[in-house]
Structure formats: C-alpha cells, structure tokens
Design a protein. Structure first.
Length: 220
C-alpha cells in the first residue's frame, strides 16, 4: 500500500472546494483491486444532539456471501457546516475514527454518497478512498449532478449519468418497481466494476446489504 495523503480538517467551505479541485487529480478511475475480495464494508453517518454530534457507522460483511463480520460506531463533535457537495468534510472525521476501530480494513468500502458523480469529481467515496488508498464506491439514493435517461425496469438495468458529455456514474435499477440508485467509482474502482460489485452486494432490497447494515447502525 502506498503512503496515503493527509490534510487538515479545520477548513472553510472555500478552502474545502479548493482542496476537492486539487485532490480530484489523485483519484484512480481504473481498477486496482485485491486479487481476491473477501470483505466489503458499508459506511453511513447519522447525527445526534440536534446535529451537534456526528455518529459514523461501519459494517463489514464477508464477500460474496454477505455474512456480518464486524460493526463499529464512532461519535465526534460536528465541526463543519452542512454544505451540499462538501459533506465529506462534515462526515469523514467520524468515519475515519470508526474505521480505526476495525480489527482489519475491508477490501472494498461502499459509501452512502457520491464518488465521481460530483461537481468537482470528488465526492465522499473519492475522498475516503484517496485518504486510505483503498477501493471505494459511491452508492447514492439521489442525484447531485448530471443528466440521464431512465433505466429499464429490471434489476441490473442501467443508463449512464452524464455531465457535459462526461460519463461520471450510472443510474442503476436494483429492484423492479423501485427508484434507481446512483453508482459511481470512488477510488481504484472503475464504473463497470462499481456496478458489478454493487449488484453482488444486493439481496432482495433496493439498497446493497453493506449500506443497509451501516444505515441501521448510524440511525441508532
């Protein structure tokens, strides 16, 4: 594993935007995965005390059978304001605290949020992946940027999410008759692999089991 970069967290929104623009060049859009994927993790965040406390949850599952292996929670004072497009600066300090409690880092992390499907191509999945030098995927319930056609009705149907002609993600149907998810590569995972791995983490629900397990923990 190469040395991962670091940065201060006490930034203004303008400084955070500047960091996103600079660090987007660090994102690896091609696959650089373990020879064998044995564990996957979901990351989600909730809030307590009228949002004064950030509650980060990580759920680690075996792969491909998706059996629960480890769950951790970390709480940290919320220090960054809510600004769309800058959620990683609000959420990641607590997420990093939670990840540090794991007995071993997972092979891949699925984040509840965007990867490259972001105005500056540096959503929370990219940010976390670059900080840890780990493969990450963005799994979002809503669109932040870009345009797309509606995907087909069946599980696995998808259409590209485009921004000014650039393919930044996929709009993926994970269950017939429900709204699609917005999938994008974070770091060290290409879009096609991100789609395949997201589908492999599904059971009978709209959300992958990684996200569902982390959300249950984060929401308390």
């Amino acid at each position: 594993m190469k040395r991962a970069p670091r940065h201060p967290w006490n930034l203004t929104p303008a400084q955070a935007i500047d960091l996103q623009r600079r660090w987007a060049a660090r994102v690896e859009a091609a696959d650089r995965l373990p020879a064998r994927i044995a564990t996957v993790a979901g990351v989600d965040v909730g809030y307590e005390d009228a949002q004064r406390t950030t509650r980060a949850a990580v759920a680690v599952l075996s792969f491909p059978d998706l059996a629960p292996l480890e769950q951790v929670i970390a709480r940290r004072p919320t220090t960054f304001p809510y600004v769309p497009g800058l959620l990683s600066f609000r959420e990641l300090p607590a997420v990093l605290d939670a990840l540090s409690q794991l007995s071993a880092m997972p092979d891949i992390i699925l984040c509840d949020g965007q990867g490259r499907a972001h105005p500056r191509r540096f959503g929370i999945a990219c940010h976390l992946g670059v900080l840890l030098d780990l493969p990450t995927i963005g799994v979002a319930k809503t669109r932040l940027v870009g345009r797309h056609l509606e995907p087909g009705p069946e599980r696995g149907d998808w259409t590209p999410l485009l921004d000014h002609g650039e393919e930044i993600g996929a709009v993926l149907r994970t269950r017939p008759g429900v709204k699609p998810l917005y999938i994008s590569g974070g770091h060290r995972v290409c879009l096609r692999t991100a789609i395949e791995l997201t589908l492999a983490c599904l059971t009978r629900y709209r959300l992958p089991e990684t996200t569902r397990a982390a959300h249950r923990l984060a929401s308390g």
